[in-house]
Design a protein around this ligand. Structure first.
Ligand SMILES: [Zn+2]
Length: 189
């Protein structure tokens, strides 16, 4: 993908990227160092590639198969999200929706399946309690997948359980990034 970098005096600490006619236009603050520019351009290209690759995986179909196989609830809706860099999934049990981070695109299928199973289990057990882990344990590679996620720097337990009291804000998209981080401007609705 072609990349065009735009330095903007109006921009202070945020980085934005959008695709315009097949070109990834990355807007950065005017005063950003060349090293930071390279780092952010590489990061934005990575995110865009993940987003494109996510279209090749049918999450709803996978969730249906897994729900049937492990006798778990089926979600009302399940979709990719592209702005969750720290958590790999989230679930809103009250409306039956699940979101999966596109960070998982490119990870092994059995790891993605574990994350889906984990969120499906939350549909009937919102908290990380015994009942929840009994449901997750129906997936044979659950423990291995948790170890894998940990090794990849993704806390395997950092998901919906972070905010069981705030199910109305499942994605936390409202939270601004730390000052030295770019805006999650590549998020989709
Ligand atoms: Zn969880």
């Amino acid at each position: 993908m072609r990349v065009e970098v735009v330095r903007s005096a109006r921009r202070h600490k945020t980085v934005q990227a959008r695709e315009v006619g097949g070109v990834l236009r990355v807007s950065i603050p005017a005063g950003m160092t060349v090293a930071d520019e390279e780092r952010w351009v590489a990061e934005m290209v990575r995110r865009m590639e993940r987003r494109v690759a996510s279209h090749t995986i049918d999450l709803a179909a996978r969730a249906d198969v897994l729900a049937q196989r492990y006798r778990l609830p089926r979600p009302v809706a399940i979709r990719w999200v592209h702005n969750q860099e720290c958590r790999w999934g989230s679930c809103t049990p009250s409306d039956g929706t699940i979101r999966i981070s596109s960070r998982l695109v490119g990870e092994p299928a059995w790891v993605l399946d574990y994350v889906i199973v984990h969120e499906l289990a939350h549909l009937s057990a919102p908290h990380h309690d015994r009942r929840f882990w009994a449901l997750v344990g129906r997936y044979p590679r659950a423990e291995r997948a948790r170890g894998y996620l940990m090794a990849r720097g993704l806390d395997p337990d950092r998901d919906a359980a972070d905010h069981p009291d705030h199910p109305e804000q499942p994605d936390h998209p409202e939270q601004p990034d730390p000052p030295d981080q770019p805006d999650p401007a590549d998020q989709v609705g």
